[in-house]
Design a protein around this ligand. Structure first.
Ligand SMILES: Nc1ccn([C@@H]2O[C@H](COP(=O)(O)OP(=O)(O)OP(=O)(O)O)[C@@H](O)[C@H]2O)c(=O)n1
Length: 408
């Protein structure tokens, strides 16, 4: 097969291949960008595989960065773009999990391709548009099949993360997993426990955001991969519920974890601990807990202005979407955002009175009472009992002080 037209990203990278070839080396575009081009999808990173050894690549190009030289990868910089240029390699393993002393560089493309994970990822593209397809990857792309290259057991033995990659691609591309490949995943699922949680995390989130997340999650359950993920053991029924939700179309990590926490029935504290085990970034954990508040409030029809005030547009969107996917959110996805936009104030700084006013103007003693008073004022303004107006708020505080004195 020969592609008539190369996407812009490849055209920009052609001079790199030309330079390598003129110096007597072989060079090809490889990996996900070739797959995605044939699928007509937008491409991300253009990766290059070459017979040139890393030092030879460095000698040819003016600007390079040693992004993974021990694994044979040099980033070539050109017109503001970076191209990961990797020497053909053999031996078991792949990329970051392979010890440098296990890597053997070779001059043959075929040796490199036969150790890649799936046939659809083992395509190479020459700069004239010719696709090198040694493992019927094009047929599998057309038939929408994820099939390990050669012996699936060997491929998963080299890198157990590839099992998660299989379910991730099943969701992202809406492909099926070829039966022998799927059987090998089931047989090797326990190997997943040896993989760094961060790497599983990345694949799981990508899988859940994919258009066929239900398919990906069902595969994780069927193959028992889910049992080797943090915190999922004993939750097969909850995960199956997620896998049968009809309108799942998640857009970010916060939605993914909010949905998971909701269906696993986790408390806020348990959610934090669960996400820590998954090595989730702290700002994501915080956002998930906030979104979860809104999701639970919708479940019990208790969405109050004060709750929306405590959130922000991102977590309101996530919390609303997760409730909608789960069958009880508002019909209009923007409903709570519109309520939020109409709030008289959206954070304490917008209150027309400050702590300083309370101390200097109203003689209050500095201390926790200042924060409490401001908080009460937020509540009264949000409830529409007082306007967010300096004089009105001062009058409200004086009133409160009077009634407090009277009750002493
Ligand atoms: N465990 C892995 C990881 C990657 N690869 C190979 O390295 C290529 C690039 O990997 P990566 O950038 O991680 O994924 P992509 O397939 O490019 O997919 P995406 O960019 O969509 O994540 C893959 O296509 C595949 O050929 C592999 O064989 N085994």
């Amino acid at each position: 097969m020969r592609l008539a037209q190369l996407p812009e990203e490849f055209k920009n990278a052609q001079p790199i291949l030309t330079k390598l070839e003129s110096a007597g080396y072989e060079a090809y575009f490889v990996g996900g960008s070739v797959r995605d081009t044939i699928l007509g999808k937008p491409i991300h990173d253009v990766d290059i595989a070459t017979s040139a050894y890393p030092q030879e690549v460095k000698a040819l190009f003016k600007r390079t960065v040693d992004t993974g030289i021990e694994h044979g990868t040099v980033m070539v910089l050109d017109h503001g773009n970076g191209y990961e240029t990797t020497t053909f390699r053999t031996e078991s393993g792949y990329q970051d999990y392979r010890r440098p002393d296990e890597v053997t560089f070779v001059r043959q493309l075929a040796d490199d391709l036969k150790r890649r994970d799936f046939t659809i990822n083992a395509l190479a593209l020459k700069q004239d548009g010719t696709v090198v397809d040694l493992f019927h990857g094009l047929d599998d792309l057309a038939a929408k099949i994820i099939r390990a290259v050669g012996d699936p057991e060997a491929r998963f033995g080299e890198d157990a993360l590839r099992m998660m990659r299989a379910v991730r691609f099943a969701s992202q591309l809406n492909f099926t997993i070829e039966p022998q490949t799927q059987k090998a995943i089931k047989d090797h699922a326990p190997l997943l426990s040896k993989i760094a949680v961060e790497r599983i995390h990345e694949e799981f989130v990508k899988m859940m955001i994919g258009p066929a997340a239900q398919r990906g999650l069902s595969l994780m359950i069927q193959t028992k991969l889910a049992d080797y993920c943090p915190g999922f053991i004993g939750h097969t029924i909850d995960l199956s519920t997620i896998a049968t939700l009809p309108h799942l179309q998640m857009t970010d990590e916060v939605e993914v974890w909010t949905l998971v926490a909701l269906h696993l029935g986790l408390s806020y504290q348990d959610t934090v601990e669960f996400l820590q085990v998954w090595k989730t970034a702290n700002h994501i954990i915080k956002a998930v807990v906030m979104a979860l508040h809104l999701t639970y409030a919708q479940q019990y029809h208790r969405v109050k202005p004060r709750l929306l005030f405590d959130l922000d547009p991102g977590t309101i969107r996530a919390g609303t979407n997760v409730a909608r996917y789960s069958g009880y959110g508002p019909e209009d996805p923007n409903q709570w955002l519109e309520v939020y936009d109409k709030l008289p104030i959206r954070n304490t700084r917008e209150l027309a009175i400050t702590g300083k006013d309370l101390i200097q103007g109203l003689g209050m003693t500095p201390g926790p009472a200042i924060g409490q008073t401001l908080d009460q004022l937020v509540d009264t303004v949000l409830a529409g009992e007082v306007k967010n107006d300096h004089a009105a708020l001062v009058a409200q505080v004086i009133e409160q002080q009077k009634s407090a004195n009277a009750s002493e």
